[in-house]
Design a protein. Structure first.
Lengths: 106, 121
């Protein structure tokens, strides 16, 4: 089973600043990677698929990059509504989620 | 509008059986894979398995193989997740979600509202 490792576990950033979240796969997943945002009490929301394609309705401040085993989610200028937990998920060989990164207000 | 509507919260005792549901609407139910995701209290997302309602092709995560059964009834556009003997450790929120594309490899872009399952004696 492919193991997805996210870092850091918690990221403290001030509104308006840039946030960079990382996700590493235990073996290559090509570009078959998605990012999700989850707020308390809500279902996850798809942000990025294919490693870098924004899902419908996702603001341009969210961007994804990477391929193979190393991936990054960047939020260019944090808004108050962006503070949440973010998960990566590979779908190259079965499906597995990372353990999540909590993005909190600094 | 694509919607996945899950059945309501459940409170069960250890050893009891349970079947929760996820009804799809607003799209061709038989053409998209539906997955199930577990979220234990205060924890992250865990992939359980996925089903293609068109032919009931089902794939399980190794962690959940033999622990749950995923099924679908395409005549009523509904997918199911069931347990034959619940444990306290099955206490969690369970989400169903649909793949974004009609193929097998894709992100999950439509989610149900979740079904909270509580197992306690």
């Amino acid at each position: 089973e492919i193991v997805m490792t996210q870092s850091p576990a918690t990221l403290s950033v001030s509104p308006g600043e840039r946030a960079t979240l990382s996700c590493r796969a235990s073996q290559s997943v090509s570009s078959n990677l998605a990012w999700y945002q989850q707020k308390p009490g809500q279902a996850p929301r798809l942000l990025i698929y294919g490693a870098s394609t924004r899902a419908t309705g996702i603001p341009a401040r969210f961007s994804g990059s990477g391929s193979g085993t190393e991936f990054t989610l960047t939020i260019s200028s944090l808004q108050s509504e962006d503070f949440a937990v973010y998960y990566c998920q590979q779908y190259n060989n079965g499906y597995t989620f990372g353990q999540g990164t909590k993005l909190e207000i600094k | 509008e694509v919607q996945l509507v899950q059945s309501g919260a459940e409170v069960k005792k250890p050893g009891e059986s349970l079947k929760i549901s996820c009804k799809g609407s607003g799209y061709s139910f038989t053409s998209y894979w539906i997955g199930w995701v577990r979220q234990m209290p205060g924890k992250g997302l865990e992939w359980m398995g996925i089903i293609y309602p068109g032919d009931s092709d089902t794939r399980y995560s190794p962690s959940f193989q033999g622990q749950v059964t995923i099924s679908a009834d395409k005549s009523i556009s509904t997918a199911y997740l069931q347990w034959s003997s619940l444990k306290a450790s099955d206490t969690a929120m369970y989400y169903c979600a649909r793949l974004a594309d009609s193929g097998y490899r894709s992100g999950l872009n439509y989610w149900g509202q979740g079904t909270l399952v509580t197992v306690s004696s």
